[in-house]
Design a binder for this molecule. Structure first.
Ligand code: TNX
Length: 476
């Protein structure tokens, strides 16, 4: 395990002078049927071996074991991985821990071709932050279930555990709401550039949630309000202050739309939407947006949040909002998502910190996956600057906002310029693994040169998996 290329870098690695080889008779034993099956299918696809899953299995080549003492408190997501000449044992307190141990094991195997050997030794590992996320904007351009599942699979390989889905914006509404059916049929029928758009049925959203849960990824649904609401305003005239529905919007401007904050029907709408979304979402969070409400007066904005945030609590969920919610009176457990750029946190951020909100860090000049890498990047934006892999990697989350209680890190992929799976790949790889390591690995274990070398070894893995990437010259 001297030269292993695992990303995120594990907390502790103790190499041993042996090698394990996966042979034709190898069997898998697992205390978690779900994680055992994911491991087996990943390995069968790569190796062509049969790899049956057996009960008990003291002589299993790979054993996934729940419980046991692995020398220290590594929390609910930690794991121990021991590779000896005779086999591999992953031990964890939870199935999530086993899943992370399995991701490490898969990265210890060759990218594409045998012999299927694993370097010997012991890894003990646990995450730095409990919230390690990525966001996909399915509103500006709509992406279907398969694309979202592919994205979930990709982030989960790097031990990320949250998928934030940006489900509504000016350009399109993307989750069917039974009480307000025209959100899907009218609000969903547009996207940037004028394409057909689309909208998840509740069954499709549930499929995504279940696919994510099997990989220990929590879905955080976002219904952005009171701004970024043109699609809803287009579908339902009564949500507009003047009662007149605007045309569908297919451009990329922000800040021009607002729900009618003074009308009671607005709160019926919000309650109905959040009630249905909450019922479909097992995770603890509902994201209510709150950014760039430039067409809502400050007074209206604060009044709106004072009515809407408690609804989330009544539904048994915790509020997440973009950091502009900072000045609004907080509610228990609230999470403010920082998306600023540059050195000084602004007064909205300071207001959130002063109220004791937990901070989710998405600094746009570091982890916005929609920023261009260089001037030449064919897609992407640059309002927060150019973001190379190194820029994304080299910063310390604990030093970004003085006094903040940091819940974790999230890398958002906004999709104004992102229309295809290839576009997603180009902007996501290799920056997403950089953010994943930032969120998982101890600050003291992270340094650019070591990371760059490990990350470069993942290029052939992505190629084998059919994933495209930006050949960042500082990495490859
Ligand atoms: C700002 S980040 C926005 C989004 C855009 C993004 C593009 C945030 C909370 N709002 O509406 O898509 O910039 O980078």
């Amino acid at each position: 395990m001297n030269d292993i290329t695992v990303v995120p870098v594990p907390a502790r690695v103790e190499p041993a002078d042996v090698v394990f080889a996966l042979g034709p008779d190898a069997v898998i034993a697992s205390d978690s049927p779900g994680v055992g099956a994911l491991l087996a299918s990943a390995l069968r696809a790569a190796t062509g071996l049969a790899l049956p899953i057996v009960e008990g299995g003291s002589e299993a080549a790979i054993a996934l074991r729940l419980g046991g003492d692995f020398g220290g408190d590594f929390g609910d997501e930690g794991y121990e991985l021991v590779v000896g000449a005779e086999g591999v044992v992953v031990r964890a307190r939870t199935e999530a821990g086993l899943f992370y141990g399995v991701q490490t094991l898969l990265q210890l195997l060759p990218a594409a071709n045998g012999p299927w050997t694993v370097p010997g030794g012991r890894i003990v590992d646990a995450p730095r932050f409990g919230y390690r996320g990525a966001m996909l904007d399915v509103s500006r351009h709509f992406f279907g279930v398969e694309v979202v599942e592919r994205f979930i699979e990709a982030i989960s390989r790097y031990k990320m555990n949250v998928l934030h889905l940006h489900l509504s914006d000016d350009q399109g509404w993307r989750i069917a709401i039974e009480k307000w059916p025209e959100l899907a049929t009218v609000g969903g029928a547009s996207q940037v550039g004028g394409g057909a758009g689309g909208c998840f049925s509740q069954a499709e959203y549930t499929r995504i949630v279940e696919f994510a849960a099997a990989r220990f990824v929590t879905v955080v649904p976002e219904i952005d309000m009171p701004g970024h609401t043109n699609a809803a305003l287009h579908a339902y005239p009564e949500l507009n202050a003047d009662g007149v529905a605007p045309a569908a919007y297919t451009g990329v401007d922000v800040g021009f739309s607002t729900l009618a904050v003074g009308k009671d029907v607005t709160y019926d709408f919000v309650r109905d939407v959040l009630t249905e979304v909450a019922a479909l979402t097992p995770g603890p969070y509902l994201h209510i947006g709150g950014d760039e409400a430039q067409s809502t007066t400050t007074e209206d904005y604060l009044a709106f949040l004072d009515r809407v945030q408690p609804i989330v609590g009544e539904l048994g969920k915790t509020v997440v909002g973009w950091h502009q919610i900072g000045p609004a009176r907080t509610v228990p457990g609230r999470v403010a998502q920082y998306w600023g750029h540059g050195p000084a946190p602004d007064e909205d951020v300071l207001a959130a910190v002063a109220q004791g909100d937990r901070m989710l860090l998405s600094p746009a000049d570091r982890v916005y996956l929609d920023m261009k890498y260089t001037r030449e990047t064919p897609i992407g934006l640059d309002w927060a600057g150019l973001v190379t892999t190194r820029t994304a990697y080299e910063w310390d989350p604990d030093r970004l906002i003085p006094g903040a209680a940091v819940l974790g890190i999230e890398a958002p992929l906004w999709t104004e310029t992102v229309a295809t799976t290839a576009d997603i790949d180009l902007l996501t790889f290799p920056r997403l693994p950089a953010v994943a390591e930032l969120a998982w690995s101890p600050q003291a274990s992270r340094e650019w040169d070591g990371f760059r070398t490990r990350l470069a070894a993942h290029g052939p893995r992505w190629t084998a998996q059919g994933i495209g990437f930006h050949p960042d010259p500082e990495v490859f």
